[in-house]
Design a protein around this ligand. Structure first.
Ligand code: IVH
Length: 683
């Protein structure tokens, strides 16, 4: 028989040990033990508590897995009300806030402000009694909220017991529950694979996950917490500023925003706003602005409140990145590579700082999955420079069935079978998300875009040959392929609408100058699928001559750093097409030239300058190993897929990142192909 005191001590040790690992993992982002070892300790504690229920304490990490489902959430009255913040949107409003603060304090000196990101999640209050987490509640109406303690216990970033010292007998910690962008993407990928409903954005996912009556469901959702203040109990703390208060929260084991700072005066505020604005896309979580608080706590008290918002703080908000609007129609667009993209035509809406009238629906499957139809109200998102997209429909706002004889007003979207631009067949390869027009350069849409691309600064650099002029030239039937550009005469050009003799002359000069180019630019200008600027440069460097590239077989092409089977296949398909070869012959006949060079002797590192994204489980490599190998080959591993991604390495159960890669036309490779890429050229 084990001594009760020994068992109790063991349970206490296990609790402390497990929470120490939790903190290392969630707070410091540096796991201290393997998951299997954590699980073993966890099970040992669970077994002890099962055998000796009196050993179970509310701060036991075993309580993080969720409790019995509730029927309703009990109401919880906050000891100190949870206030809201007034908003500022423009610099003048920030300056006015700063002036009000100085007037209120009767000073003309610059004020120090504690500044933080404004988390886009849910406000939460955590009550600790004698350092133990006893209640957690939502903001509700600010006076009382819903008690969701069992759900909040499942969040590993919320300490069940405060670390360190100096906390009063009762303290309310205020902060935000949110979901990291990467966790959100993984959760949605899982939801999709299971056929469950996907969440519109991380905020909704966080709210939906926290408001579960069954906390076991919450336990399976990746929620995080950040602290930004204290309700009841603050007076008892010997701190003079908000900055010091935040430091105190850190010593107790709470995550706080790493980007927090203390700045001086309205200039400091606006500089911080600009800085966080630039950082926003790179932050791992969504924010919707920044919060400014007078740093000195005695001054905060002196300034007090107006109705339900403090005079000492303000939220400086970014323009909303999501908005609701109506779908007026669904069109399809034909891209340079023939990709057919469904696009929603929208009732104009102000979002992300601009008026948006079109938003991408990515591909046929996406439209079906989201079930977007004409007449629907949709949520549109425009973040940074990203193309606006339709995130989801608002089902409640769909025109009701009854009104239209029990039938949905508009049928489900179907992709046209023929290209709207040239009537060529539209084809979709097996396992491909994107459908394409098979018309090639016969298709005016592809022709126009091929010409824009050909003339672009980084390609043949023909100054003055912009989108409008290309449209005019193609529509008038004067130019069918890039080779036709070199046959244009002054008279033809000067005869075009809105084109004077002088501009025509300038354009001819630019066309003429483009005849002297480099092999790399020429290859890039051809607009071969999957062949970007860097690949074009690598090809030119490796082969040295155009003939070398045109005649290379797949094996020879794959000797070039960064050229895998996908790129090799694109090159072979392009040069195998007789009309492409004809265009090249005509371009050379028109006098395009470059100095041919010897192939580079020792190639650069195989992944130099390449950006890869890893998704899913690879058959043999661990994620960290793959990352280290790519980095030592000169490449970079990014967390999310964009047009700038060179490759997506997809393994088992790859989810949304794979879909995004397919939608954007980013090359997708598997582990075997990755290893091949890594091997080539590595001494
Ligand atoms: S301080 C008395 N700091 O913004 C001031 N609030 O309208 C209390 N929020 O829902 C708020 N990040 O949950 C503060 N760093 C931050 C914040 C923040 C997000 C939320 C808060 C509330 C809303 C205020």
């Amino acid at each position: 028989m084990v001594e009760p005191a020994v068992t109790e001590a063991r349970a206490a040790w296990l609790r402390a040990e497990l929470e120490r690992h939790n903190r290392a993992y969630y707070l410091l982002d540096s796991p201290t033990i393997p998951d299997a070892e954590y699980d073993r300790l966890f099970r040992e504690l669970q077994d002890l508590e099962a055998g000796f229920p009196e050993l179970l304490t509310p701060d036991s990490p075993t309580q993080r897995v969720g409790a019995a489902p509730l029927k309703v959430f009990p109401a919880h009255r906050h000891v100190v009300p949870m206030l809201s913040l007034n908003n500022a949107f423009v610099p003048e409003e920030v300056e006015a806030f700063d002036k009000r603060v100085r007037d209120g304090l009767e000073t003309i000196a610059a004020i120090d402000y504690a500044v933080e990101p404004k988390f886009d999640g849910l406000a939460i209050s955590l009550t600790y009694r004698d350092g133990i987490f006893v209640f957690g509640a939502t903001r509700g109406d600010g006076i009382s909220g819903e008690e969701v303690t069992p759900n909040l216990r499942t969040l590993r970033s919320i300490p069940l017991r405060l670390q360190g010292e100096g906390w009063p007998a009762l303290i309310e910690i205020r902060g935000e529950v949110l979901m990291f962008k990467a966790d959100f993407a993984e959760l949605n990928a899982r939801q999709r694979e299971r056929g469950d409903k996907e969440f519109v954005n991380p905020r909704n996912a966080a709210a939906g996950s926290l408001r579960q009556l069954d906390s076991k469901i919450t336990a399976g959702r990746p929620l995080s917490f950040f602290a930004y203040g204290v309700g009841a109990g603050r007076e008892a703390l010997a701190v003079g500023t908000h900055g010091e208060l935040m430091e105190r929260l850190v010593t107790w084991g709470f995550p706080v925003a790493a980007e927090r700072d203390v700045v001086s005066g309205s200039r400091g505020l606006l500089a911080f706003f600009a800085k966080i604005g630039n950082l926003r896309a790179a932050l791992p979580y969504d924010i919707d602005g920044v919060v400014y608080k007078v740093n000195r706590l005695d001054w905060q008290a002196q300034l007090g409140f107006v109705s339900r918002a403090p005079r000492f703080a303000i939220a400086h908000k970014f323009p909303a990145e999501e908005a609701m609007t109506e779908v007026l129609g669904i069109d399809v667009q034909v891209g340079r590579t023939g990709a057919i993209t469904p696009v929603a035509r929208l009732k104009p809406v102000f979002v992300g700082g601009v008026t948006v009238t079109n938003a991408t629906l990515h591909n046929e499957d996406e439209v079906r999955r989201k079930d977007v139809r004409v007449g629907d109200t949709v949520i549109v998102r425009r973040a940074g420079d990203v193309i606006p997209e339709v995130l989801a429909i608002v089902p409640d706002k769909r025109p009701s069935r009854e009104l239209f004889g029990g039938q949905p007003l508009y049928p489900a979207f179907e992709l046209p079978k023929i290209c709207p631009e040239c009537s060529s067949a539209v084809a979709r390869g097996l396992d491909e998300a994107i459908a394409r027009c098979t018309g090639g350069l016969y298709c005016p849409a592809q022709r126009k875009q091929a010409l824009w691309h050909f003339a672009a600064r980084r390609a043949m650099d023909i100054e003055g040959l912009g989108d409008k002029l290309v449209d005019q030239l193609v529509d008038a039937g004067l130019v069918h392929s890039p080779a036709d550009l070199y046959g244009l005469s002054l008279a033809t050009l000067a005869g075009l609408e809105r084109m004077g003799e002088k501009s025509a002359q300038n354009l001819l000069g630019a066309i003429d100058r483009s005849r002297q180019t480099t092999l790399a630019r020429f290859i890039f200008a051809l607009g071969i699928r999957n062949v970007g600027e860097a690949t074009a440069r690598d090809l030119a460097r490796h082969f040295g001559t155009l003939d070398g590239i045109v005649n290379a077989d797949a094996a020879a092409l794959q000797e070039v750093p960064d050229v895998g089977p996908v790129v090799a296949a694109s090159l072979i398909a392009f040069f195998g097409e007789p009309h492409n070869r004809e265009i090249i012959t005509r371009l050379l006949a028109a006098g395009l030239h470059w100095s041919e060079s010897e192939p580079a002797a020792a190639g650069p590192k195989p992944m130099n300058g390449k950006t890869l994204v890893l998704t899913g489980t690879l058959p043999t490599l661990k994620r960290d190993e793959a990352k280290a190998m790519i980095e030592s080959a000169g490449g970079k591993v990014a967390g999310s897929v964009s047009k700038k991604t060179d490759y997506v390495v997809a393994g088992e159960e790859a989810g949304s990142k794979l879909e995004k890669a397919l939608a954007l036309g980013v090359a997708v490779i598997d582990e075997a192909e990755l290893l091949k890429l890594l091997e080539k050229g590595v001494e």
